[in-house]
Each structure stands twice: as structure tokens, then as C-alpha cells.
Design a protein around this ligand. Structure first.
Ligand code: FPP
Length: 242
């Protein structure tokens, strides 16, 4: 069955999951981390090569300090606890986003996990942290602008490949499938350039309720869809015979 090579997920609904149970929002995030562990394991077992998770957006910095602090500490705990598993399961960790805005301790744990898993190759797990797609594009454009100003780059050389390789996601293939949980049908500034041809899937489940069965439902739906990349169905069928 056709499996996405790169799956990206907007993990939404932790807060509402908690509010429905009259629990503090952070209880939803804590449960959300358990879902992260299950989904990472499940994707690794199924053979998904790249998994990218939207864990903290540039805009999330505007949440109450208490919630931001709790999310940062959950992230640190998760990374420390999961490093062994990542090493054992052959999972390479990558991060995208403005990492320099994260607390220094978290930056340290991240750098350590990224360095220690750098040679693992069964699956690449990318965490989007302090990530916003417009911010990523602006940083890339500023960098290219500097190259041009320094006389190292001719503007005429800037094509899709050059911009793609200037983004935080350099080296990652574009996502084949993007899942957003919790019934919201928005992209929320996630991988705008990279999802030009990505299949979108929206699940009503809140992220803490997003089970392996829910994941399988999304993968089944993906396998049924025919991606045309702007071509016609019959052009693609001809290409299939090549
Ligand atoms: C969306 O729920 C979720 C987040 C903003 C954070 C996602 C973080 C985790 C799952 C835990 C930390 C991540 C890792 C990788 C350890 P929301 O709070 O926006 O929910 P709401 O829309 O219902 O308020």
C-alpha cells in the first residue's frame, strides 16, 4: 500500500481536551506528549521515513507564561526520556524554527539529542519549535539577500531549489501528507512553501485522543487518493507504465 514518505502533523486540541475534562490546559499537553510517543513509534514501525511535528509555533510565545514554561519543561523531559529510544530505534532528530528563542537549557538538550542521533537513518523525526513558516521564509530571504549583497550570488540563480535549500527544512523532501487534528481546517503558518502539493487530512479527534487507529485512517485515505501534481489523470497513468 502507498505510504507517505514524509508525514507532517499539526497537533491541535490539547487545551480543549483538558477543558472538556475540567483539567488545567497543561494536563492536555502532558497527555499530548504520550500521543507523540505512540505516533512516533507507530510511524517508525509502519516505515514512514520522515515525520514532522508542529510542537510550538512562533505565535505560541504569546500564551500565558505559565503555559509556555510548562510546554518548555515538558519538551525537556520528553527529549531526555526519549533519547535512548531514538538511538535504539534508529531515529534521527532534527529541529526547525527559531531555536535561539528557546530557553538555553532546552537548546542544550536539543543540540545534544540532534548531535547524538545524527547518524541514525531509519526515520527522521523533525520537531518544529518556535516555528513559523513566514518567519522561516524571511530568514531564508535575508540570508540570500546577504549572499547577493556580498557578491557571492547572482539573483538570477535564485530558483526553487536554491530557496528550498535555504529553508530550515533543507534536505527534507516535501511532506506527502499533512494531518491536522481537532477539527480545525487551517494551516496556521506551517510549512507554507513545502506543502504546495501535499495532501491534506483533517481529523476531528483532539491530539490527546489521536490514536494509532486514527493515524491508520488517515494513511488509508492517503493511499486512496491520486496525486496529480497539476497533470491530468491519464498523463499520470501513462507515466506509471514507464
Ligand atoms: C495544540 O494544542 C498543541 C500545542 C500548542 C503544543 C503541542 C505540544 C505537545 C503535544 C507537547 C510537547 C511536544 C513534544 C514534541 C514533547 P492547543 O493547546 O492549541 O489546543 P487548543 O487549540 O484546544 O487550545
Amino acid at each position: 500500500m502507498r505510504l507517505p514518505q514524509h508525514l507532517a502533523i499539526i497537533m491541535d486540541g490539547n487545551g480543549r481536551w483538558a477543558e472538556q475534562r475540567r483539567l488545567p490546559r497543561i494536563a492536555g499537553h502532558r497527555k499530548g506528549v504520550e500521543t507523540v510517543q505512540q505516533i512516533v513509534r507507530s510511524c517508525r514501525e509502519k516505515g514512514v521515513r520522515y515525520l514532522t511535528l508542529y510542537a510550538f509555533s512562533s505565535e505560541n510565545w504569546g500564551r500565558p507564561d505559565e503555559e509556555v514554561g510548562a510546554l518548555m519543561s515538558l519538551l525537556g523531559v520528553y527529549l531526555r526520556r526519549e533519547l535512548k529510544t531514538m538511538l535504539r530505534e534508529g531515529i534521527q532528530l532534527r529541529v526547525i524554527g527559531e531555536i535561539s528563542r528557546l530557553p538555553v537549557e532546552v537548546q542544550g538538550v536539543l543540540a545534544d539529542a540532534v548531535a547524538r542521533t545524527a547518524d541514525r537513518s531509519a526515520m527522521t523525526l523533525t520537531l518544529a519549535l518556535s516555528y513559523g513558516s513566514r518567519d522561516e521564509l524571511l530568514r531564508a530571504m535575508r540570508q540570500l539577500g546577504n549572499e547577493v549583497a556580498a557578491g557571492r550570488l547572482d539573483p538570477a540563480q535564485i530558483d526553487e531549489a536554491v530557496l528550498t535549500e535555504s529553508l530550515d527544512t533543507a534536505g527534507l523532501p516535501d511532506p506527502d501528507l499533512l494531518i491536522r487534528t481537532s477539527g480545525e481546517m487551517r494551516i496556521s503558518n506551517f510549512l507554507l512553501w513545502q506543502i504546495a502539493y501535499t495532501e491534506l487530512y483533517f481529523s476531528d479527534a483532539f491530539w490527546p485522543d489521536f490514536t494509532e487507529e486514527e493515524l491508520q485512517r488517515a494513511l488509508d485515505e492517503y493511499a486512496r487518493r491520486q496525486r496529480r501534481f497539476g497533470l491530468t489523470g491519464s498523463q499520470l497513468r501513462r507515466e506509471d507504465h514507464h
